[in-house]
Design a protein around this ligand. Structure first.
Ligand code: SF4
Length: 724
């Protein structure tokens, strides 16, 4: 009991898993962290592969002597990394003066916000700042992360909150397809499926299918409580799954269309359900006649037999779950790829039905992020400064515009080419464009050309080097905050302060709030951070103190009904295979096979660039973050690129060689690992490293882009490999 009293429930947001933990804090220090198996929130707790939170968070970040502790103002030339300390008053005063100057001279749209995946409320507060200031230009990686998927849910099922039914051990999903998602190395899939769920599903006999060019780690073992039962199944990697499909990188939309064709033409769908609950099935039936499964095999490298087997397995075994991740969102057909897979779920009756595997949820009754960023008293600002296609950079990407972000590569085009007009100043909050945006050389050029750059972060990164003002941010452990992310999970959690921030570091929410007051926007902002937290909880009739001390979390509510189809909030009230709304936006109302084929044409291998490069997330690091942590560097020193033995032999390369991967954009150095499970036509490279190892040195910020979300094509880029 005494021990229990010392433990406080907490959440970690160092990576997107947002694990729930118990922390023991003594004398201002975190002494112990434990995974949470009580509340039902995910708790990966840095599985052994990820190092450990104690290494990343406590040892690596919180006590790191290189933390940014004081505001810095550039002393030397931009990019020289020479700084002088400033007071907060001086730094924020300078930023406010500059912002007002640009607003006056070029209009508020000349100032852009650069944001990243939300940790606490900082993303929403920064979006609110943009709306109040009058700029529609908020650049964020929504197009690589979430928006194609969630918009596909929205336009197919009428809701973004479509989750695998939980708790998974109360029913038995008979098939689980992991498609472009790595449950172990990332935060899990978009439909809330976690590694723990896969473990339970296997225990109930589910077949597991992995669709991924990489032999991803799964590390799940079926439970076997009965000593007389056969030994438990162990899935160490994708190659141990019941089916492992290795499509050509970037061809997933075509593969999904092939599976749809099998289900439609072999009549594996539920006829009554399809007639009553879907719209546009007749159009789909007609469309799938326009291509053959041999076409699909040729384009995806997946055999007709595998396509038939997996489509049949999924259609004939309900409940079924398809969990997918960012892997499907990084092509110029990202949105339609996600739509095609959503339709697969829809025509098999797997969403919102009594016997399906996935169901809509209702979010917790607190402030919704969209309202905080764009609604209420901000509406008058939007009348004056609309986020319209005409005012917004990249405003032609209708799904992006509706999701309140601008695709990141459009910043570079705006600054370097003045298209449609030049951004002059940026405020970057916890984001690292010099490693995370495609085409690093062009990003560097753009940052050199910008008139004014402000960066708020925890450490120096490749991006802070290009700043005029650097503001030291506190981590989530160092201030009171609220976690609503991932927003489509619908849960809201308290992230109470455990420790003091180092030096003069401040919460990013507070930094933006203060800046807003200095540029005359106090009417739309708050006295202090604690008022923001209370405002967020007002719809739930709670103060932050009450929430943090006695509630802790408010959960989304599953709308599952075991007795009937609960319906769909689309305009037709049905699963929309055909979407009138998309047609009115000038987008394909049903996914079209030829659109997927056309998107691959510019990325065919050539004599000069015969291989296709793709990449995946690393287990230890967190995207481009924390690459400076010695504790992590000791465990993984080098960026690894994988080739098949056959290709390595042909290129006279051996394991451990340093190699160059070259595309038409340039070359990057990584270390070779020969992996017999890699397709001989593919290079699997590492993403997120800085400087000479940065994979974005060889990606492209130029078109083609996904017409809906603005996603550039980052999977399956023609390249060559040679010894460095
Ligand atoms: S770093 Fe990621 S996996 Fe580790 S505890 Fe934090 S949220 Fe969980």
């Amino acid at each position: 009991m005494a021990e229990k009293e010392k433990l406080r429930q907490y959440s970690c947001v160092f990576c997107v898993a947002h694990c729930s933990l118990f922390a023991k804090v003594e004398k201002g220090m975190i002494m112990e962290l434990k995974g949470d198996n009580i509340t039902g929130f995910p708790s990966h707790y840095c599985p052994k592969h990820k190092g450990s939170l104690l290494a990343i968070g406590v040892g690596g970040v919180l006590r790191n002597k290189n933390r940014l502790k004081y505001p810095l103002i550039r002393k030397g030339k931009r990019g020289e990394n020479k700084w002088e300390h400033a007071s907060w008053d001086e730094a924020l005063g300078m930023v406010a003066e500059k912002l007002l100057e640009f607003k006056e001279k070029y209009g508020p749209e000349s100032v852009a916000l650069l944001l990243n995946e939300p940790k606490g409320l900082e993303f929403a507060v920064a979006q609110r700042f943009a709306t109040a200031f009058g700029t529609p230009n908020v650049f964020s990686p929504g197009n690589y992360c979430g928006v194609p998927t969630l918009s596909a849910f929205q336009y197919t099922f009428g809701s973004q909150l479509i989750h695998a039914r939980t708790p998974i051990y109360h029913y038995a999903p008979r098939v689980v397809i992991l498609w472009g998602t790595n449950l172990l190395h990332t935060g899990g899939s978009f439909n809330k499926l976690r590694r723990r769920d896969l473990h339970f599903a296997m225990d109930r006999g589910a077949k597991v299918v992995v669709i991924d060019p990489m032999n991803i780690d799964l590390d799940v073992t079926e439970l076997s409580p009965d000593p007389t039962a056969p030994p438990p199944r162990v899935l160490k990697r994708a190659s141990d799954a019941d089916y492992w499909l290795k499509p050509r990188p970037g061809s997933d939309g075509i593969l999904a269309m092939g599976m749809i064709k099998v289900i439609v033409e072999e009549e594996l769908y539920d006829r009554d359900y399809t007639e009553k609950w879907t719209l546009g099935f007749d159009k789909l039936q007609k469309h799938v006649k326009s291509f053959t499964l041999d076409d699909v095999e040729k384009l995806t490298w997946v055999s007709v037999k595998q396509i038939q087997d997996v489509a049949g397995l999924y259609a004939k075994n309900k409940p079924g779950i398809i969990a997918w991740g960012n892997g499907l969102e990084q092509t110029s057909t990202a949105f339609q790829t996600c739509r095609a897979i959503a339709i697969l779920r829809g025509i098999t009756g797997n969403v919102n039905t009594p016997d399906g595997g996935e169901v809509e949820n209702e979010p917790a009754p607190t402030m919704r992020p969209g309202r905080f960023m764009l609604g209420g008293e901000l509406k008058e600002r939007l009348m004056e400064f609309p986020r319209s296609p005409e005012r917004t950079i990249g405003g032609g990407f209708k799904i992006a515009l509706g999701s309140a972000y601008v695709p990141t590569q459009m910043l570079v085009n705006s600054v370097l080419e003045g298209k449609p007009y030049p951004v002059k100043a940026v405020i970057a909050v916890l984001t690292n464009p010099l490693a995370s945006y495609p085409d690093t050389e062009r990003v560097r050029e753009a940052f050199m050309k910008l008139d004014f750059v402000v960066v708020a972060d925890v450490f120096h990164t490749p991006t802070t080097a290009f700043a005029d003002v650097v503001l030291p941010a506190a981590t989530f452990l160092e201030h009171d905050d609220i976690g609503y992310w991932p927003a489509w999970f619908g849960d809201v959690r308290a992230y109470p302060k455990l420790l003091d921030p180092p030096g003069e570091a401040r919460p990013d929410t507070e930094i933006i709030n203060e800046l807003a007051k200095r540029v005359g926007l106090e009417k739309f902002f708050f006295k202090n951070e604690s008022e923001i937290l209370d405002y967020w909880l007002k719809p739930a009739n709670l103060t932050y103190k009450e929430f943090a001390e006695s509630v802790g979390a408010i959960y989304a509510r599953s709308l599952y009904n075991p007795f009937k189809v609960i319906g769909y909030k689309t305009p037709s009230g049905k699963v929309e295979i055909y979407s009138q709304q998309l047609e009115e936006m000038g987008l394909s109302p049903i996914p079209r096979f030829e659109e997927f084929v056309e998107s691959l044409t510019p990325f065919e291998p050539t004599g000069e660039y015969p291989l296709l490069m793709t990449n995946g997330k690393e287990e230890l690091y967190i995207l481009t973050g924390f690459r400076n942590l010695t504790k992590l560097n000791i465990q993984v020193r080098d960026p690894i690129a994988r080739l098949s033995p056959e290709t390595a032999r042909k290129l006279e390369l051996k394991d451990g060689d340093w190699i160059y991967i070259e595309t038409k954009k340039g070359r990057v150095r990584q270390k070779l690992l020969i992996d017999p499970q890699v397709d001989p036509r593919v290079v699997l490279a590492s993403f997120g490293w800085w400087e000479e190892f940065d994979l974005n040195l060889i990606t492209d910020s130029n078109p083609p882009y996904d017409p809906a979300t603005g996603s550039p094509h980052l999977k399956g880029i023609p390249c060559k490999v040679y010894k460095a």
